[in-house]
Write a protein that binds this ligand. Structure first.
Ligand code: FE2
Length: 259
């Protein structure tokens, strides 16, 4: 089982639309060139910037040509209602009309959570969604589960971004700790590759396919966003373990497949 983990695509409309769309296309082209090909792709939120009108249609036009399954989660920049309106019933939302869903693969369960809250850039899941997660994890206890959401549930050392992390991270941790088959928490939001232990498992944040955040560890000022190399994570189930590779997509020598 191979899972390609992308994040923070920040696709937009208007005169600045080209760069994030081209960067996402490049990352997907890099994925498609791999052998073996990943079983699926997960994009952990901030799919778009803030302009919702038409942006999800543009995103769909780009990613529905891609031949591997892609599963989407919301971020703080997203609109869950508009996302559902564009992608309901498709594999992008696990064939549901919800931004909270699961997809059963023979080797893994992909679980998407919606941490978007309309009034804040911070994240929140709430009791109802956590109860659904608890029930969903209980249904396939022998299969590794990947819990995907935008906001990291713990502080990661960049104070500005830690100030807008998942607010009910401890409650998520209580659920996850009851299910030792949770192989990873896959998150985004911080636009950097960061790894940390959490509730008996590991949190992995993917880089942005658009721009990376500065490594500003010392105060709560915005970290700034840099044109560092873009890329994604590749999570591989191997001998009962999960190994995570970091893949750079934007360097000039990257092998790209067209789609
Ligand atoms: Fe973002």
């Amino acid at each position: 089982m191979l899972i390609a983990h992308l994040s923070d695509t920040h696709v937009r409309t208007g005169p600045l639309a080209a760069e994030p769309a081209a960067n996402l296309h490049q990352a997907l082209g890099r994925i498609l060139s791999m052998r073996p090909r990943p079983d699926c792709v997960v994009i952990t939120g901030d799919l778009c910037e803030y302009e919702y009108t038409g942006v999800y249609a543009d995103l769909r036009a780009l990613i529905e040509r891609f031949p591997l399954p892609i599963h989407l989660t919301t971020g703080n920049h997203d609109s869950p209602a508009d996302l559902i309106d564009t992608f309901k019933g498709t594999a992008f939302l696990g064939a549901t009309a919800s931004t909270t869903y699961s997809v059963d693969y023979p080797g893994a369960t992909i679980i998407a959570l919606d941490s978007n809250r309309p009034d804040s850039p911070a994240g929140f899941l709430g009791a109802e969604q956590l109860a659904w997660l608890d029930d969903t994890l209980a249904q396939r206890p022998g299969v590794p589960a990947f819990v995907c959401l935008h906001h990291p549930p713990i502080a990661l050392g960049i104070p500005f971004l830690d100030g807008m992390r998942l607010e009910d991270g401890p409650a998520l941790g209580e659920v996850v700790a009851r299910h030792p088959h949770v192989a990873r928490i896959l998150a985004g939001h911080v636009h950097r590759v960061i790894v940390a232990p959490f509730a008996g498992t590991i949190v992995s944040t993917a880089p942005s396919t658009y721009r990376q955040s500065g490594l500003r560890l010392h105060d709560a000022e915005p970290p700034g966003y840099l044109a560092e190399p873009t890329g994604y994570l590749l999570h591989q189930l191997l001998d009962g373990n999960v190994v995570t590779h970091s893949v750079v997509a934007s360097h000039a020598g990257a092998v790209l497949a067209g789609f």
